[in-house]
Design a protein around this ligand. Structure first.
Ligand code: DOR
Ligand code: ZN
Ligand code: ZN
Length: 426
């Protein structure tokens, strides 16, 4: 006895939507066909909604252990499945940071208990993410990490990064980098070093604080042969460096966030609301155009949210003192679908690939494909449903988003992980 998802629309090889039925048996997709015998199965009528492989987000902050007031693994996983995500990779900047086998096990245990999305922890590159001493890559790999990163901070020492890449390459692990050269950033900077910061008399965060690390690391990746992935790329110079690196045959990939694709510094309201503060910052109009161009030409491989929940109290501390970061899991697909697919900038197939099969391929995950025999991680999306983004309805503890009040189409209505329905819109 299985589940039949009837009357759904699936993307075909030509990128068109076709009505198909899916049979889920156990944790696998048993069949996809025009007609499946419903006898003995539970039938769910999708009434023409879009069926996709479950979305994958390789960049989320779930704050546990240590910062449970911002988010827990359970609330983060709830936000994930409400946003249509079936697999998320969580960042190690917790307290303690995810730099030991015990903490990796703790996070995996919590994820298991939540029983919603697949939550796979990153392991820290350096002990306590201090940049001084490498963690035990072999042990972390054995414990089941997704990849290595010190996200939240950049690895400041070039020699340390080179050593990390050599070690990671030896263990078949990817190095995922938050690119930020601290020496180029004045304390308290919160906005991009551009026209908007200048207008407010603020010292900004310059693009080269990111792109210098991107350039450095691409050269080191070329030397060491490691798979190197750039987090939340934001500056046009970084896009150019990744493009050049790919042309030269370096194993470099990159992700961009929905907010860097949709917004630029000129969109920040004069109130300087801290829900517009994130790291890297929203950059210039030209940077945003370069990100879109990079996404379209394949320089930027995937979209990841950098879901970074903080409490309302922390975010009310004023632009300078509030922490960096905005939530993203529950708004990513509707925003991107509305602003890029409905406008003709991207096709639905292109958007879905950047959120499913491409992240799976880059990191060697056995998910992200909607086909018979695959694991049944499935997302159903109502492309017609139009709603206003309302942070009060988020499952995430974090309500910190600059997108409140935006009207979007394309809301996830049903999420299945490992053959089990883990979210159903009411
Ligand atoms: O905006 C951000 N928030 N950028 C980061 O690098 C860290 C993250 C966080 O942990 O809040
Ligand atoms: Zn980061
Ligand atoms: Zn991050």
């Amino acid at each position: 006895m299985g589940i039949v998802l009837a009357n759904g629309k699936l993307l075909n090889g030509a990128g068109e939507l076709e009505t198909k039925e899916l049979l889920i048996e156990g944790n696998r997709i048993a069949a996809i066909a025009e007609h499946i015998d419903h006898a003995g199965h539970t039938v769910i009528d999708l009434r023409g909604q879009f069926v996709s492989a479950g979305l994958i987000d390789v960049h989320v902050h779930f704050r546990e252990p240590g910062f449970e007031a911002k988010e827990t693994i359970a609330t983060g996983a709830q936000a994930a499945v409400r946003g249509g995500y079936t697999t998320v990779a969580c960042m190690p900047n917790t307290r303690p940071s995810i730099d030991s086998v015990e903490t990796v096990r703790y996070v995996r245990q919590k994820a298991e208990e939540a029983g919603l999305a697949r939550v796979i922890p990153y392991g820290a590159i350096t002990v306590r993410q201090l940049g001084r001493e490498l963690t035990d890559f072999a042990a972390l790999k054995e414990a089941g990490i997704f990849a290595l990163t010190d996200d939240g901070v950049g690895v400041q020492s070039t020699a340390m990064m080179k050593k990390a890449m050599q070690e990671a390459a030896r263990h078949g692990l990817s190095i995922v980098a938050h690119c930020e050269d601290d020496e180029l950033i004045a304390p308290g900077s919160a906005l991009h070093d551009g026209v908007v910061a200048a207008r407010h008399g603020l010292v900004g965060i310059p693009s080269e604080s990111e792109s210098i690390h991107v350039g450095r690391d691409i050269l080191l990746a070329e030397r060491t042969g490691v798979h190197y992935h750039v987090c939340h790329i934001s500056a046009k110079e970084s896009v150019r460096l990744v493009r050049d690196g790919k042309r030269a045959g370096v194993n470099v990939t990159a992700e961009v966030t929905p907010h860097h694709l949709l917004l630029c510094d000129e969109d920040i309201p004069d109130s300087l609301d801290a829900n517009w503060k994130m790291n890297p910052p929203l950059r210039s109009r030209e940077d945003r155009a370069a990100l879109i161009a990079g996404l379209k030409d394949g320089t930027i491989d995937i979209i990841a949210t950098d879901h970074a929940p903080h409490t309302a109290e922390e975010k009310a501390n004023g632009l300078e003192r509030a922490p960096f970061g905005i939530v993203g899991l529950e708004t990513a697909f509707p925003l991107l679908y509305t602003r890029f697919v409905l406008t003709g900038e991207l096709t639905l197939a292109e958007l879905i690939a950047k959120m499913t099969v491409k992240p799976a391929e880059i990191f060697g995950l056995p998910y992200g494909r909607l086909a018979a025999g695959e694991i049944a991680d499935i997302t159903v999306i109502d492309l017609e449903k139009e709603e206003t983004i309302d942070p009060a309805r988020f499952a995430s503890k974090g309500k910190n988003t600059p997108f409140a009040g935006w009207r979007c189409k394309g809301w996830p209505t049903l999420t299945m992980v490992d053959g089990k329905i883990v979210y159903k819109a009411d």
